[in-house]
Design a protein around this ligand. Structure first.
Ligand SMILES: Nc1ccn([C@@H]2O[C@H](COP(=O)(O)OP(=O)(O)OP(=O)(O)O)[C@@H](O)[C@H]2O)c(=O)n1
Ligand SMILES: C[C@](O)(CO)[C@H](O)COP(=O)(O)O
Length: 251
C-alpha cells in the first residue's frame, strides 16, 4: 500500500508544537498556549502529551515571536521526561509559518515528524502512538480523526449578518473531523511546505498541504479528548476532563 522506495534508515521521531497563536477566539488574555489548565500552562500539557510517547525523543516548541524567552523559562520550571530533548524557536504570523520555523530547526537525523497544536493539550498517548506507528509502518502522512456528529452544509459565503445560501450537503458518513498530532515522513512534509509557500496558498492543516502535492493521507482513529481549545466553552470542557483524569489516575 505504501511507497516501497522510502530508504530504510533508523527512524527518529520529533514533535513540532506550533504555539505562537494569539488565541483571539478564546478572548482577551495571554497567548493561548500560555494560559493555564488546572494551574499548568496549556503548552506544558501539550509538550508532556508528546513526551509521554516513548517514540518521541525531541520536541520543538514554536513560541510566540516575542515570547521565546518566557517559553524557555516555563519549560525549565516544569518537570519533563529526561529522555526528551526540547528546542524552542520563535514562530511566525500564521500557523503555516510557525510549523515551517519548527521544521527548519530539526536536526538532520530526524526522519519522522509529528505536528501537534499546543491548543490540543489533552490528546491521549495512545492516539500519539497510533499516528507514530502508522508513519513507521510506511504511511507518508497520517491524521487522527473522528466521525462528525453534526450534518455539514457547504454555503456561498455572503456579507456578514446576511443569510448564506446552502450550496451542498456532503454525505456525513464520508466526513471526518481532523485532529493532531498529524504524522509525516519528514521529506514529504518539507516538500509540501516548500511547494505551498511557492504557490502562495494558505492551508488550515499540514495534511491538507501534503494532499496538494498528490500524496495520499491516511486516517487513524482520533480521540474525543484530543479536541482543540478554541473558544471559552472548550476551556470549561478541558478543565473538566483534566479534573476527571486527576481524580481517577496519577496524572
Ligand atoms: N501564527 C500562529 C498561529 C497559530 N499557531 C498555533 O497553531 C495552533 C492552532 O491554532 P489555533 O487554535 O487557531 O490558535 P490561535 O491562532 O492562537 O487561535 P485564534 O485563531 O483564535 O487566534 C495553536 O497551537 C497555535 O498556537 C502558531 O503557532 N502560530
Ligand atoms: C490543524 C487543525 O487542528 C486540524 O483540525 C486545525 O485545522 C487548526 O485550525 P486553526 O484555525 O489554526 O485552529
Amino acid at each position: 500500500m505504501y511507497d516501497e522506495s522510502r530508504p530504510e534508515r533508523p527512524r527518529r521521531t520529533a514533535a513540532v508544537i506550533p504555539a505562537a497563536g494569539r488565541g483571539v477566539r478564546l478572548g482577551p488574555g495571554a497567548p493561548k498556549a500560555l494560559r493555564t489548565l488546572g494551574g499548568t500552562p496549556m503548552l506544558i500539557h501539550a509538550v508532556r502529551a508528546m513526551a509521554r510517547s516513548r517514540a518521541v525523543s525531541l520536541v520543538v516548541v514554536v513560541a510566540p515571536a516575542d515570547g521565546a524567552g518566557e517559553v524557555k523559562n516555563l519549560l525549565d520550571e516544569h518537570a519533563l521526561p529526561d529522555r526528551t530533548d526540547i528546542l524552542v524557536v520563535p514562530g511566525g504570523e500564521t500557523r503555516q509559518e510557525s510549523v515551517r520555523a519548527g521544521l527548519d530547526a530539526l536536526p538532520e537525523d530526524v526522519t519522522d515528524v509529528l505536528v501537534h497544536d499546543a491548543a490540543r493539550p489533552l490528546v491521549p498517548v495512545d492516539t500519539v502512538d497510533a499516528v507514530v506507528e502508522a508513519v513507521r509502518a510506511g504511511a507518508p502522512a497520517v491524521v487522527p480523526a473522528l466521525p462528525l456528529a453534526d450534518t455539514v452544509k457547504e454555503v456561498e459565503p455572503g456579507r456578514p449578518g446576511e443569510p448564506e445560501p446552502v450550496v451542498a450537503t456532503p454525505e456525513r458518513s464520508r466526513l471526518r473531523a481532523v485532529q493532531t498530532p498529524q504524522g509525516f515522513d519528514r521529506a514529504t512534509l518539507v516538500r509540501a511546505h516548500d511547494s505551498v509557500a511557492v504557490n502562495g496558498e494558505g492551508a488550515t492543516d499540514d495534511a491538507g498541504m501534503v494532499e496538494k502535492t498528490g500524496v495520499t493521507v491516511v486516517v487513524v482513529p482520533g480521540h474525543e479528548e484530543a479536541f482543540k481549545v478554541t473558544r471559552p466553552l472548550d476551556l470549561v470542557l478541558a478543565e473538566a476532563v483534566l479534573a476527571r483524569r486527576r481524580a481517577t489516575d496519577a496524572y
